[in-house]
Design a protein around this ligand. Structure first.
Ligand SMILES: [Zn+2]
Length: 207
């Protein structure tokens, strides 16, 4: 569980963005088993429902749908629940969503791999990951967002489950080690694919 700026908890469902988009899951299908705030069972046996469906909430998510796909901006509808015992509002969404990040976990994992392992320039990483086509002044010196992600990884504010890296290391080194760790989360069936593609796939599971 994690909290976003508005204090809502974000809970991952097992669904990925693609399946979520194809068919919005029902309130019942993705209702969390317990309230992440107070731990109350959402559907106690023989008791009243603890977590009630509380409508939908739109959320933007940026990045390519696959390693070879163009970068896009999607607007997803997340499921919202309210906990009757404690009043908490809980958002449930696809597993690639990260709290407080506009980009999908897969997009960020891919960006780290392109920068750290493929040694792409920051500008090239931006071209592959960002749906924004108008480049600001920062495009000439690098991509501030990429630096922010890499620093966040080094300080374990992003992909906190990864082994710690030395925050004083060069950003490319930090990105490379994070991307290699993310690739290890990818399904064994992807073993024949390029490491940066596996970082894309693995990041969705490390979110
Ligand atoms: Zn609660």
């Amino acid at each position: 569980m994690s909290r976003n700026r508005s204090g809502h908890s974000l809970v991952h469902s097992a669904l990925d963005i693609k399946s979520w988009q194809q068919q919005l899951p029902t309130v019942e299908a993705v209702r969390p088993a317990r309230c992440p705030a107070c731990g109350a069972a959402s559907h106690p046996v023989g008791g009243p429902l603890g977590l009630h469906g509380h409508g939908l909430r739109e959320r933007q998510v940026r990045g390519p749908a696959g390693p070879n796909a163009p970068a896009v901006l999607l607007v997803l509808k997340l499921r919202r629940y309210r906990c009757l015992p404690c009043g908490a509002v809980i958002l449930v969404g696809p597993r690639e969503l990260l709290p407080r990040r506009h980009y999908s976990a897969a997009a960020i994992g891919f960006a780290l791999a392109l920068y750290g392992l493929v040694l792409a320039t920051a500008r090239e990483v931006r071209r592959r990951i960002s749906p924004q086509t108008i480049l600001g002044a920062t495009a000439f010196t690098g991509w501030a967002t990429l630096r922010r992600w890499t620093r966040a990884v080094a300080h374990r504010r992003l992909f906190a489950a990864l082994p710690s890296s030395d925050p004083s290391a060069m950003l490319r080194r930090v990105a490379a080690s994070a991307a290699a760790s993310l690739a290890a989360y990818a399904a064994p069936t992807s073993r024949g694919e390029a490491l940066e593609h596996r970082a894309f796939l693995g990041a969705a599971h490390a979110a």
